[in-house]
Design a protein around this ligand. Structure first.
Ligand code: PMT
Length: 407
């Protein structure tokens, strides 16, 4: 049984307020959480917030008390905290903390604890885009990655400093799911090659305009991250999204349905499991003008042709691969899932009702029904996309075993 106890290291960045949510998300997953705050972190959030949430004292400095006993007790406390806890999660990991970790400085409790800590380390950097892109930060990240630490790259989006770009701390639920996966890690996908598609496609209307859809890529990226953490080699064919590449995953960026099709077919034979979470456009413009279409007062009509159904094509060509399709539905979810399962020769279809609030497109959570080729229907409870990704993989592996035993 994994030791579900975490040290939550909080660095001094504006994202420190999100770490309070992270403390709660870790506890919801069964972790006992000990918080360590840097001096700068305490400028953003008060230790009391974490003490109240975790029910434990928060460590704020190296030498806690004034008396000789206090000094003695606290000077070895980092060793005790390092030994007692299963994982060190640092969020936000500021540029300063990354630099101090990379170079082995031990000038406060958190950096000293880091050196004494022998378990897995999960770092969630968050900072201004220019600071993240700086050669010094990237070099430090590389050192930490080579040291075997898990780095959840920052998301892109509007930042507190007013700029837009990579630098946002990932969602606390995702960090907590990731920490849980590290500690309860199964290597049941060792030796597998998993091909995942994610995000939308963009079908051009002219050189400056396109048709697309609301897919953020979160579901597909969660599948890729979960598979990689379970030992698979993962290739992720991704439409245009604002998500960082999951750790250890090869990302193949594409724009159109046809580019996605080519990227997938090129990799089909080497794959053992294929997960089609992308929201591929069903139509493209028959003939794309070379120049920008001028605005006039007249009504404009578009002539569209269907795109090739990539999933159906894989279904035709597959040999021994396990094929998992997705279905985005607004009605008759089960019937549609079963129809697509059969029509596209899938082994499993993951159907989501995209008309429900807080699930489907763009959200961090999802609610899915798994329709299996054995006729079975599985309805996991609503959960984070990351947690559901692990459940989908669990069910896929069980299904493959059942199919092998039947044949
Ligand atoms: O990206 P997120 O914001 O996290 O949202 C997740 C999601 C809702 C996009 C995802 O969970 C999902 O449902 N993905 C499939 C969306 C979709 O295109 O559904 P569909 O029912 O139209 O297509 C069925 C299947 O055929 C899908 O596996 C799709 O990838 C595939 N397809 C569709 C058309 C096409 N031309 N080629 C395909 O391969």
């Amino acid at each position: 049984m994994a030791n579900l106890s975490a040290v939550l290291g909080v660095g001094g960045g504006i994202a420190a307020y999100k770490s309070a949510e992270l403390a709660r998300a870790l506890m919801q997953r069964g972790f006992a959480v000990t918080t360590v705050m840097t001096e700068a972190a305490q400028e953003f959030v008060r230790p009391l917030t974490f003490a109240a949430l975790t029910g434990r004292k928060v460590i704020t400095r190296m030498f806690a008390g004034d008396g000789p006993d206090d000094v003695l007790a606290s000077s070895v406390e980092h060793i005790g905290v390092a030994k007692e806890n299963g994982i060190l999660v640092v969020a936000p990991a500021t540029a300063d903390l990354l630099a101090r970790f990379a170079h082995g400085l031990a000038n406060d409790f958190l950096t000293t604890l880091y050196l004494a800590f022998e378990g897995p380390v999960l770092l969630a950097p968050a900072m201004n885009t220019a600071m993240w892109n700086h050669a010094a930060t990237q070099a430090n990240v590389e050192i930490l990655r080579r040291r075997g630490h898990h780095i959840l790259e920052p998301d892109s989006g509007p930042l507190a400093c007013g700029t837009t770009g990579p630098g946002r701390m990932p969602d606390p639920e995702r960090i907590a799911d990731y920490a849980l996966s590290i500690l309860t890690r199964r290597r049941d996908l060792d030796g597998e090659t998993v091909l995942v598609t994610a995000g939308p496609t963009r079908e051009p209307l002219d050189p400056v305009r396109f048709i697309s859809n609301r897919s953020s890529g979160k579901m597909g990226y969660a599948m890729a991250e979960a598979a990689a953490l379970r030992g698979a080699r993962v290739q992720l064919v991704s439409g245009p999204v604002h998500l960082a590449a999951p750790e250890g995953v090869e990302v193949i960026p594409v724009q159109t349905a046809e580019q996605m099709r080519r990227a997938v077919l090129d990799r089909l034979d080497e794959s053992t499991i294929i997960v089609k979470a992308a929201a591929v456009a069903d139509y493209h413009v028959t003939s794309v003008p070379k120049q920008k279409v001028k605005k006039t007062a007249l009504r404009l009509s578009l002539e569209l042709d269907p795109t090739v159904d990539i999933l159906a094509e894989i279904g035709q060509r597959k040999k021994n691969q396990l094929l998992i399709g997705f279905a985005a539905e607004t009605e008759n979810v089960v019937a549609e899932a079963r129809r697509k399962l059969q029509a596209k020769n899938c082994d499993m279809v993951v159907a989501n009702n995209v008309s429900l609030d807080g699930t489907g497109f763009e959200s961090d959570d999802n609610e899915v029904i798994l329709a299996l080729s054995t006729g079975e229907l599985i309805t996991p409870p609503r959960d984070t996309k990351r947690a559901l990704a692990d459940r989908i993989l669990d069910e896929a592996l069980k299904l493959r075993l059942a199919l092998h035993q039947r044949s």
